[in-house]
Design a protein around this ligand. Structure first.
Ligand code: AMP
Length: 358
């Protein structure tokens, strides 16, 4: 059933993604209530209401369920149990299964491989001995990551040509949490595809963006990506497969490594709107944020066609000093997140330079 204008959409998480979702919801005539423990968060500044409580607070979840017609979320570490509790009362999109898959890198890669989408080779690691064996298998090179709660390159360690051991203490240094060793991929570039699936099963995929990360944080997304048509099509098809396999509703972001021969390895999926899709605000009639709201509200999806070539750049920490100069440029869309305090590594906003008509 379509959500009538004036209905309320619950959003778990109060960061910039929640903020942009609340803004898109407002433009379609909906209200937004945000569940977030930090008061006056970026999303609450533009929403109708904030419930200030932890994401797993049972009373707060009950309040969110009674206040909302449908609930969605802006980050992938929403406790699965919280999503399931809510889903027993009202629709929750994307489905809790998508959270389960995305929250553990081993589950995620096994799921992807299971539906025929290749990833880097991987081994679950629980101790230094297993690390020694796995590194040997990968010829001494690999990326060691925490299985859960890792993002923006946090909780990662790269090994190159270290077949012979000397790994004592590595697992302890990583916090004695479950780990995964991935083979070190010699990729040519990194891309991501943002796509949506509606409640009726229809799918709309945006063009792949080429992403540049520094210190584990996304810096720029450029569209079109420097890849051939076949690779672009293969990436979109892989994402469509993921959406269908998860009976997904909403927007997803999937990151891929592109190898020298144009083939793809999926790196990770984010069951939410994604930083590398912010360019859609400036270059498409229907942005990823509106697309997500349309999907969870049961409205028809909009077109994912791109009308401009563009480059999106994040404003991180002191980059805020560039704002006056950016505002003086023509054909530049600026988006600030309403964060009072700028800190190194903190995403404060982004801008998209529209380059030309495609
Ligand atoms: P992730 O947290 O998985 O997105 O990783 C952060 C970044 O580390 C990626 O965007 C890549 O640049 C790099 N990276 C992650 N996994 C691998 C891998 N298996 N091989 C090579 N580089 C990787």
């Amino acid at each position: 059933m379509n959500l009538a204008p004036g209905s309320t959409i619950g959003i778990i998480g109060g960061g910039q993604l929640g903020r942009m979702l609340a803004m898109a919801a407002a433009r379609l005539g909906y209200r937004a209530v945000v569940l977030e423990p930090e008061a006056d968060c970026p999303a609450a500044q533009v929403a109708n209401r904030q419930i200030v409580a932890a994401y797993d607070d049972q009373a707060a979840l009950a309040e969110l369920a009674s206040a909302s017609a449908v609930v969605t979320y802006e980050f992938e570490n929403v406790p699965v149990a919280a999503a399931q509790t809510l889903a027993a009362r009202i629709p929750v999109y994307p489905p809790a299964r998508a959270l389960e898959v995305a929250q553990d890198r081993v589950t995620e890669k096994s799921f992807l491989n299971g539906i025929g989408i290749p990833t880097a080779e991987f081994c679950p690691i629980d101790n230094d001995d297993q690390l020694t064996v796995a590194l040997k298998k990968f010829n001494g090179s690999g990326v060691l990551k925490t299985r859960r709660l890792g993002y923006d390159g946090k909780g990662q360690r790269v090994f190159r040509n270290m077949e012979t051991g000397g790994f004592a203490g590595t697992c302890e240094a990583m916090g004695n949490v479950p780990l995964i060793l991935e083979s070190l991929v010699a990729f040519e570039r990194e891309i991501s595809v943002i796509a949506a699936r509606g409640r009726d099963g229809s799918i709309a995929a945006y063009d792949p963006a080429e992403n540049v990360h520094r210190e584990g944080i996304l810096r720029t997304s450029t569209v079109p990506a420097g890849i051939g048509q076949q690779t672009a099509l293969a990436a979109k098809e892989a994402v469509a497969k993921i959406l269908s396999a998860l009976a997904y509703v909403g927007v997803i972001g999937v990151e891929f490594f592109v190898l020298a021969d144009g083939s793809l390895l999926a790196n990770e999926l984010a069951p939410r709107v994604h930083n590398s899709g912010h360019w859609t605000e400036a270059a498409c009639t229907v942005s990823q944020f509106e697309q997500h709201i349309r999907a969870v509200a049961g409205l028809p999806l909009g077109s994912a066609a791109r009308h401009f070539d563009c480059v999106m750049e994040n404003l991180i920490g002191d980059d805020m000093l560039k704002v006056p100069a950016l505002l003086a440029e023509s054909d530049l869309m600026l988006h600030l997140y309403g964060k009072a305090e700028s800190r190194p590594g903190r995403k404060m906003g982004h801008f998209t330079r529209v380059l030309r008509r495609s």
